[in-house]
Design a protein around this ligand. Structure first.
Ligand code: ARG
Length: 520
C-alpha cells in the first residue's frame, strides 16, 4: 500500500501511497464503466450509522395561497440533493411535500372570498393572483375584529368538513399547486404532495395516545407538550378546539415512524424552526415511537439575502416571486450565451438553436449550484453576477468543464467502453494528483451523508475540475506515449463528474446532435 513511510523528529508521520495501490483502487471504484460506491460506503460505516433503507425527506413545503419564497427555494434545492444522494445509493426515498394546506389562514381566506365573491361556487374566479388575495384578506383580518371573529368560525367549519368551505379550500389548493408545479418543472424536481390536511383525521387518536402516556399538559384551555429543553411548547390543541401546525406535525411524525416505517426522517427548513423540530423529536422519543437505530434529522439552513446583505424582498417590501427570479437569471444567461456565440462558426452555431431552453438550463444550474455550494447554516447573498460567472466556482463553470471532457472523447472518436478494459499507468505528478483526488470521493460522500453538508460535494466537484484541468494542460492525452491510461483516467473523471453533478443537481445541458446527412 505504501511506497514510503517517514517519521519526523516533531512527531509527524508521512506516508506515500504506492503507485500500484492508487491504480488498483481507482479501478475498484470504476466498475462496469460506472462509479460504484456500494462497497466503499459499507466499508466506511460504523455501528452508529444504523441501517437507513427507508428514508423520508420532508422538503420544499410551501404554503397554499401564499407565494413560494427564497427560503422555500433553498429547502427545495437542498432537499432534492439529499434525496438524490440516497437514491444514488439505491435507498428507497420518499420525497414529501408537506404543503401548508390547513390551519387558521383558510378561515380568513374563505371568509374573504364569501364576502367578495358571493357567486364563487357558480363561477370560480381567476385565482392566479393568490398573493394579493391573501394580502387583502390578511389586511382585513388584522384591522377588523368582526372579520377576525368570523374567520375563526370559518376555520372551525372547515375542520368539521363543511361542504361550502371545502369547495373553496379545494379551489385554492388546485390553483396553488398549479403554480408550484410550474416551478418544480423548471427546476426538474419531483415531489409528492402529502400536505398538513392529510394528517387531520389522525390527530385525535394520536393525542389520545399521548394523553394516556401522561405527556401532555394544559396551558389555559389549550393542550400542550412542554419540552424540558425549549421554552415554547408544542400546541397540540388550541383553546377553541382547533388543530394547527404542531398538531399536524405530531400526527405526521407518528404516521411516518409507525405506518410508513421510515428509519430515517429528514426535515429541511430554515434554522428558525430548529427548536420546533427538536421538540417534536423529543416528544416522539418519549412516546416510544422511535425504534432503535431510527434517525430523526433536522437539516436547517440560513437566509438568502440581497446584494446589500438585507432580507431578500422587492422594493415595495413584498417577497420576490421565484418565477421572476428565474426569468431574470435566464435573460442574463441568454445575453452571455449570445455574446459567446458571436465568435462561433455557422456550423457550431447550430448547436445553440434552442437558446431559450439552454439559457433557462444554465440559469437553473447556476442558481442550484450557488445555493448548494454554501455551507447550509450560513446566510448568503443572492447575486446573478457571481452565479453566472464562467470563470469562478459556479455551476456554469462545471458545465463547461464537463463538456470539455466530453469533447476529448468526441475528438478522439473513441468509445469509452473500449478504454475501460485496459490498465492504468500513472507516471507523472499530474496523473497521481488527479488519481488521489478521485480516491477521496468515497470518504467525501460518506462525510456528506453523515453530516448532511452538501456543500462538500460542490467543493469536491470544483476541485475535481481544477485538478483535471491541470492534468489536461500538462499531459498530452491523444497521441502521447501513455494514451490509453490517460484516456482511462479521463473516463473515470468524466464518470465521477457526472455522478457528483447529478447529486448536486446540475443539469446536463444537452447539445443538439449533428444531423446525419442522408445517404443517396
Ligand atoms: N410550510 C412550512 C413553511 O413554509 C414548512 C413545513 C416544513 N415541514 C414540516 N413538516 N413542518 O415554513
Amino acid at each position: 500500500m505504501f511506497e514510503d513511510i517517514k517519521a519526523s523528529a516533531q512527531g509527524f508521520i508521512t506516508v506515500k501511497l504506492s503507485k500500484d495501490y492508487i491504480e488498483k483502487s481507482l479501478l475498484k471504484l470504476f466498475q462496469n464503466n460506472k462509479i460504484d460506491l456500494s462497497v466503499n460506503i459499507n466499508e466506511l460505516k460504523d455501528e452508529n450509522d444504523g441501517n437507513c433503507d427507508n428514508v423520508l425527506v420532508d422538503f420544499s413545503s410551501p404554503n397554499i395561497a401564499k407565494e413560494m419564497h427564497v427560503g422555500h427555494l433553498r429547502s427545495t434545492i437542498l432537499g432534492d440533493s439529499i434525496c438524490r444522494i440516497f437514491e444514488f445509493l439505491n435507498v428507497h426515498t420518499h420525497r414529501i411535500n408537506h404543503v401548508g394546506d390547513w390551519g387558521t389562514q383558510f378561515g380568513m381566506l374563505i371568509n374573504y372570498i364569501n364576502i367578495h365573491y358571493p357567486k364563487f361556487k357558480e363561477k370560480v374566479p381567476e385565482l392566479n393572483n393568490l398573493t394579493s388575495l391573501y394580502q387583502s384578506a390578511k389586511k382585513m383580518y388584522d384591522s377588523d375584529k368582526e372579520f377576525e371573529k368570523n374567520s375563526k368560525e370559518y376555520a372551525i367549519k372547515l375542520q368539521n368538513d363543511d361542504e361550502d368551505c371545502k369547495f373553496i379550500w379545494n379551489a385554492l389548493n388546485n390553483a396553488s399547486k398549479k403554480e408550484f408545479d410550474k416551478l418544480y418543472k423548471i427546476l426538474n424536481i419531483k415531489l409528492d404532495y402529502v400536505g398538513e390536511s392529510f394528517y387531520k383525521s389522525k390527530i385525535p387518536a394520536v393525542l389520545k395516545m399521548l394523553k394516556e402516556k401522561n405527556l401532555l399538559t394544559n396551558i389555559g384551555d389549550a393542550l400542550c407538550y412542554q419540552s424540558t429543553k425549549f421554552k415554547v411548547p408544542l400546541f397540540l390543541q388550541k383553546s377553541n378546539g382547533t388543530y394547527g401546525y404542531d398538531s399536524t406535525d405530531t400526527a405526521g411524525i407518528h404516521y411516518r415512524l409507525q405506518v410508513i416505517n421510515a428509519n430515517c426522517i429528514i426535515y429541511v427548513t430554515d434554522n428558525g424552526q430548529s427548536s420546533h423540530f427538536e421538540t417534536l423529536f423529543e416528544l416522539a422519543k418519549k412516546a416510544e415511537w422511535v425504534k432503535e437505530g431510527v434517525k430523526l434529522i433536522f437539516v436547517g439552513f440560513g437566509l438568502v439575502l440581497n446584494e446589500d446583505g438585507k432580507k431578500f424582498k422587492t422594493r415595495s417590501g413584498t417577497t420576490i416571486k421565484l418565477i421572476n427570479l428565474i426569468n431574470e437569471g435566464t435573460d442574463r444567461a441568454k445575453k452571455d450565451l449570445l455574446e459567446k456565440i458571436k465568435s462561433k462558426s455557422d456550423e457550431e452555431k447550430k448547436y445553440f438553436e434552442d437558446i431559450d431552453k439552454l439559457s433557462e438550463d444554465l440559469c437553473v444550474s447556476a442558481i442550484k449550484y450557488f445555493d448548494i455550494k454554501q455551507h447550509r447554516n450560513t446566510d448568503y447573498k443572492f447575486s446573478y453576477d457571481n452565479m453566472l460567472n464562467v470563470k469562478g466556482n459556479t455551476g456554469v463553470y462545471i458545465i463547461y468543464a464537463y463538456s470539455r471532457m466530453c469533447s476529448i472523447f468526441r475528438k478522439a472518436n473513441i468509445n469509452v467502453d473500449d478504454i475501460s478494459k485496459g490498465e492504468l499507468n500513472l507516471i507523472n505528478q499530474y496523473e497521481i494528483k488527479l488519481g488521489l483526488h478521485i480516491l477521496k470521493f468515497p470518504d467525501t460522500f460518506y462525510f456528506i451523508l453523515k453530516n448532511m453538508l452538501i456543500h462538500k460535494l460542490a467543493e469536491y466537484t470544483y476541485d475535481l475540475t481544477t485538478t483535471f484541468t491541470a492534468f489536461y494542460e500538462n499531459c498530452k492525452i491523444l497521441g502521447g506515449d501513455n494514451e490509453h491510461s490517460r484516456l482511462l483516467l479521463c473516463a473515470i473523471t468524466k464518470s465521477l463528474l457526472k455522478v457528483s453533478r447529478k447529486q448536486i443537481v446540475i443539469f446536463h445541458v444537452t447539445r443538439k446532435k449533428k444531423k446525419k446527412k442522408k445517404k443517396k
